[in-house]
Write a protein that binds this ligand. Structure first.
Ligand SMILES: Cc1cc2nc3c(=O)[nH]c(=O)nc-3n(C[C@H](O)[C@H](O)[C@H](O)COP(=O)(O)OP(=O)(O)OC[C@H]3O[C@@H](n4cnc5c(N)ncnc54)[C@H](O)[C@@H]3O)c2cc1C
Length: 366
């Protein structure tokens, strides 16, 4: 006997939970998650930054539209603010060749080397050609966001089933049947919010073969340099964005900022991982204080459609199959607006356009 619903959502990351939060009041929703807990994959591994100038046009629009929700969430969503000020400092070792064009275009404001060193006192002055600051970057309390989506979804009657990897999808008489180790589930609509696994899940349904490409990015926590309180430091990017460091809980998260294409998998690394080590080395070359310890290294998969914009909408090839994928490195900064857009499209509304085609149909041949 299959459990039935109006909508099955595959994946309990920020995308699937956000969609469930927005749909559960109007429909019977079941979220199916392969792992033993929600947000185990990419949504549990992000840098948690909100920046409305980062990404392609559709992402930027969705990020701006997410601001009101983040600044003034519904009552009971979270007890503390979802956003807190952070700021981003960008560094250039190449005579301003890297930052100069961005400064000239007004995307980012140049600051003096002295000001940069005041913001992050461990930076080496030597070799630092230019610095620029973007005060708009904010920290997102990602646990509060995903926890709020989950609680809200459950309060409206939605259900989460874990250890429920969807192994097959078939459709008969207008109803999808998903087979998982946790049982079988049926609904007329399936939402593909499977993150790095979006393409294989689409293949199960015979949907459009859109290549949503997983790319790994790694990070680790290092102790705050001795004698420094890092909590008010901005996030700081190395030249060419080949590493970045961000204060977190009184320590620093350092990322090697790579975007290396991989197969979808539960990526696990240790502190000896060569790519991470390369990023930590590049960080160490730019600062005056050595890394004394490397804790909790991790990597996650940021997944990109060919044009780097999200894919949201019903598949043109198979009925009742909805895409909510390709959030890349922007899944949190876009989550409130993207999940609301997804819910409106699922319910058959025609939301005001973003001026960018985000539908899966843009990848259909001819
Ligand atoms: C190092 C790093 C830094 C980042 N920094 C930022 C940032 O600063 N700001 C920002 O906005 N974004 C950032 N991101 C990106 C952001 O984390 C992602 O865009 C977002 O988490 C993607 O969410 P998702 O729900 O699509 O994917 P996921 O969180 O991966 O969720 C997909 C879920 O689907 C499940 N699943 C897959 N296949 C199946 C199946 N067959 N059956 C059932 N379940 C299945 C998976 O187990 C997974 O839990 C960063 C990412 C990384 C890795």
């Amino acid at each position: 006997m299959a459990e039935t619903a109006d909508i099955l959502i595959i994946g309990a990351g920020v995308a699937g939970l956000g969609a469930a939060y927005n749909l559960a009041g109007d429909a019977d929703v079941i979220v199916l998650e392969a792992c033993e807990a929600p947000c185990t994959q990419t949504s549990g591994r992000s840098a948690a930054v909100y920046l409305t100038t980062y990404g392609p046009k559709g992402v930027i629009d969705l990020s701006i539209q997410s601001g009101p929700f983040y600044r003034d969430p519904p009552d009971g969503f979270g007890e503390t603010p979802l956003l807190t000020p952070r700021g981003e400092l960008h560094l250039d070792d190449q005579n301003g060749e890297m930052l100069g064009p961005k400064v000239a275009a007004g995307e980012i404001e140049e600051v003096s080397i002295d000001e940069a060193l005041q913001m992050v006192p461990i930076l080496k002055r030597e070799g630092l050609a230019m610095a620029a600051f973007d005060g708009a970057a904010e920290d997102i309390d990602v646990d509060l966001v995903t926890g709020g989506f989950l609680r809200g979804m459950k309060a409206s009657g939605g259900r989460l089933v874990v250890n429920a990897r969807v192994e097959s999808l078939s459709r008969e008489n207008g109803v999808w049947r998903a087979i998982t180790p946790a049982g079988d589930f049926e609904a007329p609509i399936v939402i593909n919010a499977a993150g790095a696994w979006a393409s294989p899940v689409a293949a199960l349904a015979g949907a459009l073969p859109i290549h949503v490409e997983p790319r790994r990015r790694s990070a680790a926590i290092i102790p705050a340099p001795a004698g420094h309180d890092v909590r008010k430091w901005p996030l700081f990017f190395g030249a060419g964005e080949t590493w970045y460091a961000r204060p977190t809980g009184g320590a620093l998260m350092v990322s090697s900022a790579e975007a290396i294409q991989v197969e979808p998998h539960d990526i696990q690394i240790d502190k000896y991982d060569e790519i991470l080590a390369g990023g930590l080395y590049r960080y160490e070359q730019r600062v005056t204080t050595p890394i004394t310890k490397v804790d909790g290294p991790w990597a996650g998969l940021r997944s990109f459609a060919p044009d780097r914009e999200p894919v949201v909408g019903f598949d043109p090839q198979v009925e009742g199959f909805f895409w909510l994928a390709g959030q890349g490195g922007y899944g949190f900064q876009t989550a409130p607006a993207l999940s609301k857009l997804a819910a409106e499209l699922v319910k058959g509304a025609t939301p005001a356009g973003l001026g960018v085609d985000l539908s899966p149909t843009r990848f259909a041949a001819g």
